[in-house]
Design a protein around this ligand. Structure first.
Ligand code: PLP
Length: 364
């Protein structure tokens, strides 16, 4: 068996230890005589699994008792609708537009509420996190995308929003470093980057948000309260993905928790950015002060479009041939992108940098 280094933006690499444990338990979980895939979500065994996964989320992220931890379906994209459907009271929400995923969240919210864009870096190809002017009163919430998977930018200081509840899409950075949950009214994250295989969405919601008057039009399955009242077992949850999430969380804990992840991710990103910054062949596309630890888009420097396109394709093909996969940039941005999520090893990053250096020497 030979495993590749997978730099995909999601679904992405999972820790090998987790995959091996899941493999060992595939036919029989504990002494149950069955796989977790086959188990009733109402069984005591499964209740123990989902309960333990929630306890690990709480312990690792320091989630206090005034928040609920929910395991939902429909991906982060369903949250783009659930947030306005559940949190609208006055009919006006503030959004900061930092890229493709923010724009999608804004478009969806506009179907249910007045979604005001209070800051944006769209005119500057989303290369940075924009400055945020003082927020006016009267907004039901302020929404930000904490890490912009496609643009390779991240919030390093949260915006000031006074008493306005702060909501964030943390899909591509959850658990990559410590997060002060108490600053947020609601955090959501599709799992398929740092948490689990695709199929489950983690939601951390403050109790007072559950008590909000919603628009009264949210389908039962799209109400947070439905899932909060039933411990995420209103209907059949994504059982297997939640089980794997539990294993990933234990893996994070064994590596020093979110502080350990921050050290490891900081080291990987520093190595990669340092190489980009000293290269006269490649350059990163995000501005330095907004750079993401998780997703690093880069292009060939100063080159005509035709040559760059040819070299981008050669780069991705040659990288794949040596076991470095999923390095194409997002179709909207072009170039290349390396996603360095928690499960990517420092060796993977060193191998990629060595490959990039060789490619630059051959083609520069
Ligand atoms: C920041 C962010 N938000 C939302 C999404 C959409 O997630 P999903 O496919 O789970 O709906 C993605 C997917 O990559 C993402 O990176």
């Amino acid at each position: 068996m030979s495993r590749v280094y997978n730099f995909s933006a999601g679904p992405s690499c999972l820790p090998e230890e987790v995959l091996a444990e899941a493999q060992a338990e595939l036919l029989e979980y504990g002494n149950t005589g069955q796989s977790v895939m086959e188990m009733s979500h109402r069984s005591s065994e499964y209740e123990a699994i989902i309960g333990e996964t929630e306890r690990f989320v709480r312990a690792l992220l320091g989630v206090t008792d005034d928040y609920r931890v929910l395991f939902l379906q429909g991906g982060a994209s369903t949250q783009f609708a659930m947030v306005p459907l559940n949190l609208t009271v006055r009919g006006k929400a503030a959004y900061i537009d930092t890229g493709v995923w923010s724009s999608k969240a804004i478009a969806e919210a506009s179907r249910y509420t007045q979604a005001d864009i209070v800051a944006s870096s769209k005119d500057e190809t989303y290369r940075f996190i924009p400055a945020v002017p003082p927020l006016a009163d009267g907004y039901d919430y302020l929404h930000i995308t904490l890490n912009n998977t496609i643009m390779g930018t991240a919030w390093h200081r949260l915006p000031e929003c006074g008493n306005t509840p702060l909501v964030t899409d943390a899909s591509s950075c959850i658990l990559s470093e410590p997060l002060d949950v108490s600053r947020f009214a609601l955090i959501y994250a599709g799992a398929q980057k740092n948490l689990a295989p695709a199929g489950v969405t983690l939601v951390i919601i403050r109790d007072d948000m559950l008590a909000r008057e919603s628009l009264g039009i949210a389908p039962t399955m799209l109400r947070y309260k439905t899932h909060a009242d039933s411990g995420s077992l209103y209907n059949t949850p994504p059982c297997y993905a939640i089980y794997i999430m539990g294993k990933v969380l234990k893996w994070v804990e064994r590596r020093g928790g979110v502080e350990g992840m921050k050290r490891r991710n900081g080291e990987k990103a520093a190595l990669f950015y340092a190489y980009l910054d000293r290269s006269d062949f490649y350059r990163g596309t995000a501005e330095k002060e907004s750079r993401s630890l998780m997703n690093i888009p880069f292009i060939m420097r100063e080159m005509n479009a035709e040559k760059a396109d040819r070299l981008n394709k050669a780069f991705v093909k040659e990288a794949k041939a040596v076991g470095l996969v999923n390095l194409s940039g997002h179709r909207l941005v072009g170039g290349m992108r390396a996603s360095l999520y928690n499960a990517m090893s420092i060796d993977g990053v060193k191998t990629l940098v060595a490959f990039m250096d060789g490619f630059a020497k051959r083609n520069g």
